[in-house]
Design a protein. Structure first.
Length: 399
């Protein structure tokens, strides 16, 4: 910060400049050093802190970072859908022209390919691609509104001022809300399925499961849209890379592979189970990071414990059960005369194993953190060695 724009600091208020080692942050636990110690005077500034940085992307992808552009893309099909449903029949009726039965804009907003029957069920089809693509834009809008508009205001309320901290707080705020909603939704959907609670034999009984419940299909397609949007976030570097950036990219690629293959091959029951096993522990992880930033350390220790238990149970125990089922139970319960192409079966098993290997890599890092917390009883000391805020000009009082 230029000295010409800095007010004199009182002589009795010592300070030190932030000197964290530079380098990419870690995916699991970012720095938890507070912006200002609770109860201490705030750093004296001239004016307001910088706003959250706007990333530079290609003009063709501005909708991924500009809420106004993504909102426009979302609104246009919705308006055209409404006009087709209500205005067009009236106009064609006046002209005595038969009204078309198919609304070409419906696949953006509604599920496609219904299956005739007493219960609303749907099969997969090309209209699903339109639904997913449309909702990638929807998730981009929601993400930008939360990370750029809503979360920074909440962060400033809790005393965060640095641009990098506000960006991180926004990213984890969005992740927490998403995993909270979809984790709960996944539990609700599984409760309606024969696979409740991870009854793995029903992954294969009566296969192929071509007719999906409406809620299951909507959940599956929205999850697909989310993971495509998150891969776009990585590709455009909308988030600052962590130390485990390569592992995170691999995780997204494997997840997208499982999503696409399981949907195309009618393995939606095991796919929804994998989704839920990821969302619930990730919700606790995002909440722990949020509490790190606002320095609610006592509460965060309980959340960290819940995260550790949920990660162990969902990401390892249940994941290994699903791998076991895919290797040893499929031949036992698969209907007679039904076959699964070997490349599909082996590819899915290999993807699940690779996902488990990535989970084990992160589990090792989690165990290190938990051990340090238990030994030192100071969670903030073991979670503060991985982040460089990148805001060297920020200063704060000594603690």
């Amino acid at each position: 910060m230029d000295s010409t724009h800095r007010r004199d600091r009182p002589a009795d208020l010592p300070y030190t400049r932030h000197t964290d080692a530079t380098g990419p942050t870690h995916h699991f636990f970012d720095s938890v050093e507070p912006q200002s110690p609770l109860g201490a005077p705030s750093p004296i500034r001239a004016g307001f802190p910088k706003s959250v940085r706007k990333p530079r992307v290609s003009p063709l992808l501005r909708w991924a970072v500009e809420p106004a552009q993504s909102l426009l893309i979302i609104v246009i099909p919705a308006v055209l859908f409404i006009n087709w449903e209500f205005a067009l029949p009236h106009i064609l009726g006046v002209l005595e022209i038969e009204t078309p039965t198919e609304n070409p804009f419906a696949p953006c907003l509604l599920l496609s390919h219904p299956v005739p029957g007493p219960e609303p069920r749907y099969e997969r089809g090309y209209g699903d691609v339109t639904f997913v693509a449309y909702h990638v834009v929807v998730f981009s809008l929601v993400r930008q509104l939360i990370t750029v508009t809503l979360a920074p205001r909440v962060g400033r309320y809790f005393g965060l001022t640095r641009t990098a901290k506000l960006e991180r707080f926004g990213e984890q705020g969005y992740a927490f809300l998403y995993f909270l909603v979809f984790g709960a939704w996944g539990v609700r959907i599984m409760s309606q399925l024969p696979t409740w609670w991870y009854r793995t034999e029903y992954f294969w009984i009566d296969y192929p499961h071509t007719a999906m419940l409406a809620e299951l299909k909507r959940y599956y397609l929205l999850q697909t849209a989310y993971w495509f949007q998150q891969f776009l976030v990585l590709a455009l570097r909308l988030e600052k890379p962590r130390k485990d950036y390569a592992e995170l990219v691999a995780h997204h690629v494997v997840t997208l592979f499982l999503v696409i293959v399981s949907y195309l091959t009618n393995f939606t029951l095991i796919g929804s189970a994998v989704y839920m096993s990821m969302d619930i522990p990730d919700m606790f992880l995002a909440l722990s990071k949020l509490l790190n930033y606002i320095q609610w350390n006592t509460t965060n220790n309980f959340v960290l414990a819940a995260f550790f238990v949920s990660w162990t149970y969902f990401r390892h125990y249940l994941n290994l059960r699903m791998i076991w089922s895919a290797v040893f139970e499929v031949d036992k319960y698969l209907p007679s005369g039904t076959t699964i192409p070997p490349f599909v079966r082996h590819g899915a098993v290999c993807a699940l194993i690779l996902l488990q290997m990535l989970n084990l890599f992160w589990y090792y890092l989690i165990l290190r953190i938990v051990v340090k917390v238990v030994l030192t009883s100071k969670a903030e000391d073991v979670r503060s060695d991985d982040e460089d805020d990148g805001d060297d000009e920020d200063e704060k009082p000594e603690r």
